[in-house]
Design a protein around this ligand. Structure first.
Ligand code: NAP
Length: 271
């Protein structure tokens, strides 16, 4: 099953479109002729991307929004329809990770992560899917991570959030069968974006922890994700090394895996 045809009054909503993977997901959708609605907090960066995409002939709207704000999320669909647009595609890409042991974590930062990585995904899916199902067309792409396939000591909350997104989106796919609407989870391995810095990773630690053949560009990840969304595939893992690693982590006994991961994670190092 393929995505709805692009049209002047239809849009693909992309959260976290101000940088990294989200920016490339928006570019890839626009390259395929879809109008886009760009959502994140950084209005200036979204405006620059919108100008670039508009110049290619698609409609690009900017809706600066803090997705940890429940009221702002509740208003989002109405702001889109007020622009005369129908959201046919929803890409829940905005996300962040904390770093370090839960026993040393800031509760506010942990909760902000869960609000963005999990609660916002559930909220937007719940608000946008009824219209898609009623129209009999649409697609949802939720961005998880290869961390969804394994526990992740040092990023425990993040691993849990992404496991939730994978499970939730697989379930959505089952519920949506026969409706004309699809749900896909994109599970990237490491990508060099602002993500690591926001989490608190030193670049050299991230490079040392993850071999170079696992790193994919944001552009390649976005192409894989939109291709999977277009085909209505349930899960996409960009890059062969990440597919092997994710399957290995999923099936290896966790009492073996977890101590190894905990001993190697830079966020748990005593220094
Ligand atoms: N990079 C990786 O290695 C990697 C690996 C696997 C999965 N992922 C996942 O890929 C997705 C995109 O990450 P990325 O690597 O592209 O990271 P990034 O460059 O840091 O982008 C994160 C995006 O989320 C937005 N965002 C953050 N807080 C927000 C908030 N409160 N409200 C609205 N938007 C918010 C940011 O925009 P503003 O700051 O402008 O709001 C930005 O556009 C995330 O879900 C991440 O978990 C990343």
């Amino acid at each position: 099953m393929s995505l709805p045809e692009p049209a002047a009054d239809r849009t693909a909503v992309v959260t976290g479109a101000s940088s990294g993977i989200g920016e490339e997901l928006a570019r890839e959708l626009a390259r395929r002729g879809h109008g886009v609605t760009l959502v994140a907090r950084s209005a200036d960066k979204l405006a620059d991307l919108a100008a670039e995409l508009t110049a290619t002939g698609v409609r690009a709207e900017v809706l600066a929004t803090d997705l940890t704000d429940r009221g702002a999320r509740a208003d989002l669909l109405g702001r889109i329809t007020d622009l005369g647009l129908t959201p046919d595609i929803l890409v829940n890409n905005a996300g962040l990770s904390t770093l370090g042991a839960v026993a040393k974590a800031d509760p506010e930062r942990e909760m902000a992560m869960v609000e963005l990585d999990v609660v916002a995904v559930v909220d937007l899916c719940t608000r946008f899917l009824p219209g898609m199902v009623e129209r009999g067309r649409g697609g949802v792409l939720n961005v998880a991570s290869t961390a969804a396939f394994q526990p992740l000591p040092g990023q425990a909350g993040y691993g849990g959030c992404k496991a939730f997104v994978l499970s939730y989106t697989r379930s959505l796919g089952g519920e949506l069968r026969g409706t004309g609407v699809t749900a896909t989870t994109l599970c990237p391995g490491p990508v060099d974006t602002g993500f690591g810095e926001t989490a608190g990773f030193a670049k050299e630690d991230a490079d040392a922890a993850l071999p170079s053949f696992m790193w994919e560009t944001a552009e390649a990840v976005a192409k894989t994700g939109i291709e999977a969304l277009d085909k209505g595939r349930p899960v996409a893992i960009p890059g062969p090394a990440n597919r092997v690693a994710a399957m290995f982590a999923h099936f290896v006994p966790k009492q073996v895996l977890v101590p190894i991961l905990a001993s190697r994670h830079p966020g748990l190092r005593d220094d």
